[in-house]
Design a protein around this ligand. Sequence first.
Ligand code: ARG
Length: 373
Amino acid sequence: MRDIADLPAVNAWNEWDPLREMVVGSAAGAAFEPAEPGNRPQIRGRAGEPFPAGPKPAEAVARAEEELDGLAALLESQGVTVRRPEALDFSRPLRTPHFEVENQYCAVCPRDVMITLGNEIIEATMSRRARYFEYEPYRKLVYEYWEADSRVSWTVAPKPTMADGMYRRDFWEWPLQERHARMHASEFCITQNEIVFDAADMSRMGRDILVQESMTTNRAGIRWLKRTLEPKGFRVHPVHFPLDYFPSHIDCTFVPLRPGLILTNPDRPLRDDELPMFVNDGWKLIEAPEPVLSNDEMPDYCQSSKWLSMNVLSLSPDKVICEEQEKPLQDLLSSLGFEVLTVPFRNVFEYGGSLHCATWDIRRDGVREDYFP
Ligand code: ARG
């Protein structure tokens, strides 16, 4: 192991190496996600009722901010340097040559936008209009890291137009049977003509990078990642979870915890033909227990599923942070030999994410390893 002083300012090759520096999201300035061709937000249990627009109420922001600050404090108590995004007013409308949207979203989930792949920072294209400029709250930090160390590189993926033609508007109304058929062809609300991906559809395992094809990542996006990353020595593997009809972001579905161990979602098994990579190399896939909250009990404005329960954050290969009330998962992780730290985080759920979504790792010890030789 290299001396930590030698670690580049940006260095993270997987999801589990010992964590040194982390960006924790912020709810400051957050707005409700607007309806748009790539997103149909619904109030839980009250489909059809109009979804609120404009800025989130101050109390909702304060409740989420308190929990995000709590996570930051816990990380700091573990010796991790914590950085926060810049607060912007996301309630402003947006107009580009190709679309208009009534307001933007938030900086709660850096994971969705930004990814560290080794010593390189990549800004994703994003897939939704309201998130088009979501790299902005992180730009000051990116410049700082880029200036701090000449070994750090920075890549911005080509922005798609997000024009009407980039989306399949009827996606949201497909009857179940059609959804099932199209699911198997990996066709969702985005078409294949432009490069589209969210960073959170990726999972890092040393040389090997998994990318989920989803509502937020298309095949052109995966081709761009392959052509960008494979010459640098990575291997990019598209992955699919055919029972998830509304897939978006891999970190509530397939969560690598340490070499040889992946936490899986029992409702969303990996496609059969994609299993051999893991099985042949002796990896264990362990199913997450039933979440404490049912889907109906999730917060009203939360567009994510109960599986936010398994959105854990690794501090090292033997230490993880879990949501405070997810006792069954905490017990499972303890039984697997992890030290489990907990933090309350349910007030962050309405912003679409939990502990992994709300963070972006800048620096972890370690180098690129081949876990699938
Ligand atoms: N689509 C996932 C689910 O509902 C939520 C993913 C959240 N992840 C994230 N990085 N925002 O289960």
